[in-house]
Design a protein. Structure first.
Length: 296
């Protein structure tokens, strides 16, 4: 793939569906498969077909799809899982060619042109172009955060007490009807990405990380939440701050003061405001002072 991409080059490289899968695996994973279900980069097993070339689908047809299995979550996946190509019956070779057409054409490509050029139905061409445009909304299209990345979550929403009675959530101790949002900050580029999530469990956070962060080349910084303990092992390194000890920032020349207990803080406050007996002058009555003068 050192040569510049072109239609003749792609046509020569992608002669079969298996070649198209290998081409996308090199672009997306660069030799190290990442599970799209749990985000694990530790180990993935390639499931080789029995005949060595293809496998039967649920409908009984033959497919050259390359399937992998994650060693952590034990789920199967391919390079198409979680992408705009997922669940499509259109050949992967055709997807790659049309994506190249979209990126290479200066003034864009019409669905009718794709229909004539590749001999497909007009609805198929229209569907493909709309999916590709959906995938190109964010720039860069496949950019993953890497380097030093800080992750944290918060809850967005007003106080339930300020809402009308019929709009208040069920509530209860430890529960809230606010929307949880996870934010990722890349310190190298300054880019911030935020996403609303259904909950803040480890599985949910792992899925967000797999979609947004290059775990193999990232130093992850989080708080000491238990949701990040297992997730942090998948990254190149992982450091935490302890909010219970009053620590919110670490490194970069900034320090935080550890939290002290209420008893020690009140004792320290008393020591600062109340002079000690050794330094407090002894008050004497006027009579004693006068008696001292008479004695002299």
């Amino acid at each position: 793939m050192s040569r510049p991409l072109s239609i003749p080059f792609l046509a020569d490289q992608l002669r079969t569906e298996a070649d198209a899968y290998l081409f996308l695996e090199e672009l997306r994973w660069n030799g190290r498969p990442v599970c799209p279900h749990c985000g694990s980069v530790r180990k993935a097993y390639f499931l080789k077909p029995r005949n060595g070339a293809s496998r039967k689908t649920r409908t009984g047809s033959e497919s050259q799809r390359r399937v992998w299995k994650c060693a952590d979550c034990r789920k199967q996946f391919s390079v198409l899982t979680g992408t705009i190509f997922h669940g499509s019956k259109i050949p992967v070779r055709l997807w790659v060619m049309v994506v190249f057409e979209m990126c290479h054409s200066k003034n864009g490509v019409a669905a009718k042109e794709i229909e004539r050029k590749y001999g497909i139905d007009s609805k198929t061409a229209w569907f493909m172009l709309h999916r590709i445009r959906e995938g190109m909304k964010r720039e860069p299209m496949a950019g993953l955060l890497a380097g030093r990345v800080t992750a944290d979550e918060t809850w967005i929403g007003g106080k339930p007490s300020n809402r009308h009675g019929h709009k208040r959530g069920q509530g209860g101790q430890g529960k809230t009807d606010k929307t949880p949002v996870v934010a990722l900050v890349c310190h190298e580029t300054g880019e911030v990405r935020a996403e609303a999530i259904p909950d803040v469990t480890g599985d949910t956070l792992a899925k967000v990380m797999a979609e947004q962060v290059d775990a193999a080349n990232t130093h992850l910084q989080t708080d000491s939440s238990s949701a990040y303990k297992k997730l942090g092992r998948q990254f190149a390194s992982h450091s935490t701050v302890d909010h219970y000890a009053g620590e919110y920032v670490r490194g970069e020349g900034r320090q935080t003061r550890p939290r002290t207990s209420s008893a020690s803080s009140s004792a320290a406050s008393t020591a600062r405001t109340t002079p000690s007996a050794a330094t407090t002058p002894t008050a004497t009555s006027p009579s004693s002072r006068s008696g001292t003068r008479r004695g002299r």
